[in-house]
Design a protein around this ligand. Structure first.
Ligand SMILES: C[S@@+](CC[C@H](N)C(=O)[O-])C[C@H]1O[C@@H](n2cnc3c(N)ncnc32)[C@H](O)[C@@H]1O
Length: 345
């Protein structure tokens, strides 16, 4: 295909992107990935139709789009290949990620964000300075933690954070064991209900863990072996430990508030041996790797769901860490959207 034709197809795909997203959302809401996963093998269109309660003609159109895009696989039943209803549908690597315990909550959150004033992104928002990082904006530093949200949205967010903590921590354990060597006590600041620190103390049993989050969040957390739950506010103080972890925290906040959080973390660790472990995206504007497009899309998402949060470049991380008084830092990459920054007092 020549360049112009390729460009035309790409524009069609951008223009219709919302509807493509709707199709994925419908598949999740119908429960197709979960139904196929629980069934444990391929299912016919009629079986799927009966199980999810959707008429065959509509389901066939939805599945035609999804299979074309690699979400589900369609195989003909050779013995009855004349009958289109006898085709079998099965899972693919993509559809397996769309079950309710994996990425489905994240897709649903993006497809149908809560109707809170600061969430969204329009040209007028951009003109008003949203996403510019400027502090003299009309908009305040509004965050979802300040709102009581619809319980359905809250549950999706909670389910996604649990899955996110699981995959990001698994990457840490697989690629960054040396980061955790010699740490007696580790506090996970903004650790939600403790999934990440729970996995870390299990993988690295020499660590005693503290899970630190807002008191309301800690009130809902279950007991975890080797982990103490502590409620508080990271803008006021952070529990003392050998090292502090901040995973997916700083991208929510403006530079000024990140510097405040980082200073509190620096105060919590020993000046000579302590460190702050930041697990976040690092954007490489010169090219990057296979995760760069996801990192850049997350940056647009941060512009949408926060007023001043952002994913940061190497230079922006260096600026924050210098401003917070850290003497040096190193960056390690993993096979993940996030990288690991170790910052030393
Ligand atoms: C995006 S979530 C990240 C959760 C987890 N670290 C992860 O990577 O999945 C941000 C977390 O910061 C917590 N948080 C927000 N404001 C906080 C504050 N002032 N003090 C402590 N935790 C806070 C939220 O409750 C939430 O659990």
């Amino acid at each position: 295909m020549d360049e112009e034709a390729q460009a035309r197809v790409q524009i069609w795909n951008y223009a219709l992107g919302f509807n493509s997203m709707r199709a994925v959302k419908c598949a999740i809401e119908l429960g197709l990935p979960d139904v196929l996963e629980n069934h444990g093998g391929p299912m016919t269109l009629s079986q799927l139709s009966a199980t999810v309660g959707c008429p065959i003609p509509a389901l066939r159109r939805l599945l035609r789009f999804l299979t074309h895009n690699g979400i589900f696989k369609k195989e003909l039943n050779l013995s009855k290949s004349q009958d289109p209803e006898s085709s079998y549908y099965s899972q693919t690597a993509l559809s397996r990620l769309l079950t309710r315990d994996k990425m489905a909550p994240f897709v649903l959150l993006q497809a149908d964000p809560p109707k809170v004033q600061y969430i969204g992104l329009t040209a007028n928002d951009l003109k008003a300075g949203k996403g510019s990082g400027l502090d003299n904006l009309a908009c305040s530093e509004d965050m979802m933690w300040n709102y009581e949200l619809d319980p359905a949205y809250d549950k999706l967010f909670h389910d996604f954070l649990t899955y996110h903590a699981k995959i990001a921590t698994t990457a840490l354990i697989d690629y960054c064991q040396e980061v955790f060597e010699g740490i007696g006590c580790l506090v996970d600041v903004g650790g939600h209900e403790g999934m990440a620190i729970g996995l870390l103390v299990k993988a690295f049993p020499w660590i005693r863990g503290i899970n630190f989050d807002l008191p309301d969040v800690i009130a809902g957390a279950s007991a975890i072996d080797g982990v103490e739950h502590v409620g508080g506010n990271m803008f006021q103080s952070v529990p003392k430990a050998d090292a502090v972890m901040l995973m997916w925290i700083l991208h929510d906040w403006s530079d000024n508030l990140c510097i405040d959080i980082l200073k509190k973390c620096k105060e919590a660790v020993p000046a000579d041996t302590g460190k702050v472990i930041i697990v976040e995206a690092v954007i490489d504007e010169e090219g990057g790797d296979e995760y760069t497009s996801a990192r850049l899309a997350m940056d647009i998402t941060m512009m949408t769901v926060t007023t001043k949060g952002k994913e940061r470049t190497y230079k922006e991380w260096a600026h924050l860490l210098n401003a917070a008084g850290f003497s040096k830092h190193t960056i390690k990459h993993m096979k993940a959207v996030e990288s690991v920054i170790e910052a030393y007092p």
